[in-house]
Design a binder for this molecule. Structure first.
Ligand code: UDX
Length: 469
């Protein structure tokens, strides 16, 4: 770049999926609060859903340096993007990359730094070519990212590939996890038995690219993933662990006396059903198990019914999110299911999840272990039952149950008797044990976010580094 920019100005580009969009909006707002100009780049598909379902545009009006920009993902409007992630990914690489380059060149004199999802290595290629510094964000857990970094080692040691058999076989070549990691806890695509599986190739090569960046931002906190972060630093020394981002933002806004923004911002790509908050208000403290499997997980009708019987038979109260597109082949919640839940349950299509998990009536979370959901639960001290669906979730759920002792891992089963038993364990029989460890971890998380804490200081350092670029 020829001239130094007058005002620090970052371009933020999230992977176009609910979880990454959500957390990177929080990052954008944190930077805006520090007087950094932000251009937030989303695909047109994400933009159309954001303007339909959220207050994002009006929320960011209070930051004069904020700009929302769109770019094409190169797919037809009716493409089922999240369900066919590799197609989305390939299209971003082929179709979006040249558009991204054009945009960055036209804005080149003004952008002091690109902050993009590290799974989109093409953003780094373009930034390098144009000569703009770039920082990657990985919106998954450090523990899963570490596993991606270890893929070459797993292959060298002969622990990969395997074909889905003997899933309880211990994994030994991932430093820091030797005591508890099994084949079944590796990212789901590792089960394919095929080293040329596109996901193995993708995650291996994208990780190899990550150390090119000036630094790596992680939505986690040191007291949660410290030992794994120490391993990661061997590859990427400049880590900015600044999470959980949503609580970080909430705390900054609470401390910002001039702030007129509500503490919780919604970046949902579905319409939030706020009626569940009124329902929660009328339930006893910590009595409700919240059930949600995130934005991408699909289940069969049989699985849906196993969960339903398990939940109803547990006799616990539950709030359940069933997305309209969550049950394969079914668009409707069956009428008998609606009827059967009336007594103790409440079903919505999409919930204000951060608010739900912070609600005093919620005492447990039956989750798919997506990273955002996991962090949102951890910081509110809500113990979990994990039913991981794919990718990073298999790893997260093992860490939740074995490394952090924050709940139970139900992976690879979906049986009403097990659901009932685990719900009773979490909510009644072992409630004190799990509440104690969950409260302790939440407290550590909040300490990391408070003045002088690791997430607090790392954000200060990130802001300082951006301003000096
Ligand atoms: C998946 C992964 O599991 C995740 O780790 C990865 O980074 C991206 O792909 P997803 O299924 O979207 O993500 O799960 P998660 O990361 O938990 O994000 C879901 C987000 O949607 C959370 O921030 C959650 O608060 C929000 N949500 C979910 C709602 O606001 N309402 C709901 O009803 C359900």
């Amino acid at each position: 770049m020829e001239t130094a920019p007058a005002q620090p100005h970052v371009l933020i580009f999230p992977l176009p999926l609910q979880g990454p969009v959500n957390s990177m909006f929080k990052l954008a707002e944190l930077l805006c609060l520090s007087n950094i100009h932000v251009t937030f780049l989303v695909t047109q598909h994400i933009h159309s859903r954001l303007v339909r379902f959220t207050d994002v545009e009006s929320r960011f009006k209070r930051y004069p340096g904020f700009r929302l920009e769109t770019i094409s993902d190169g797919l037809p409007e009716d493409h089922p993007r999240g369900d066919k992630f590799m197609e989305l990914f390939d299209s971003l690489k082929v179709n979006t990359k040249p558009l991204f380059k054009k945009l960055l060149m036209s804005d080149g004199r003004k952008i002091s730094c690109v902050i993009a999802d590290g799974i989109m290595g093409f953003t780094g290629d373009v930034a390098l070519e144009i000569g703009v510094p770039f920082i990657y964000v990985r919106t998954i857990s450090a523990c899963c990212l570490w596993l991606f970094f270890c893929l070459p080692k797993l292959i060298q040691s002969g622990e990969l590939p395997f074909d889905g058999d003997d899933l309880d076989t211990p994994i030994k070549s991932v430093a820091g996890t030797e005591d508890f990691l099994r084949r079944r806890d590796l990212p789901s695509f590792c089960r394919s038995g095929d080293l040329s599986h596109p996901n193995i190739q993708l995650y291996k090569s994208e990780c190899e690219e990550n150390p090119r960046a000036y630094g790596l931002i992680l939505n986690t906190f040191d007291d949660l993933e410290g030992p794994i972060l120490a391993q990661l630093r061997k590859f990427c020394p400049n880590l900015y662990t600044i999470g959980p981002l949503h609580t970080h933002l909430k705390m900054k806004l609470a401390g910002d006396m001039a702030s007129s923004a509500p503490a919780i911002s919604s970046n949902s790509l579905w319409k939030e059903d706020m009626s569940c908050i009124a329902w929660l208000d009328s339930q006893p403290e910590k009595s409700v198990i919240y059930v949600s499997f995130g934005s991408l997980a699909l289940m069969t009708k049989d699985q849906l019914l196993e969960f339903w019987y398990g939940l109803v038979n547990s006799k616990c109260r539950f709030l359940w999110v069933i997305r309209p597109d969550a049950v394969a082949g079914e668009n409707e919640v069956p009428a008998d299911l609606k009827e059967g839940t009336k007594e103790r349950g409440y079903i919505v299509e999409w919930a204000p999840q951060e608010e739900v998990l912070a609600h005093k009536s919620v005492g447990g979370f039956l989750t798919h272990s997506g990273w955002n959901s996991t962090l949102e639960s951890v910081i509110e001290g809500v113990p979990m039952i994990c039913w991981p669906y794919f990718m990073d979730q298999q790893v997260n759920s093992r860490f939740v149950s074995e490394a952090w002792k924050l709940g139970l891992d139900m992976k690879d089963t979906c049986d009403r008797v097990i659901v009932e038993k685990m719900v009773k364990d979490l909510m009644v029989d072992r409630k004190d044990e799990f509440s104690k460890s969950a409260d302790q971890m939440a407290m550590l998380g909040k300490k990391c976010l408070g003045e002088g804490g690791s997430s607090y200081c790392n954000l200060e350092r990130l802001i300082h580094d951006i301003k000096s670029m």
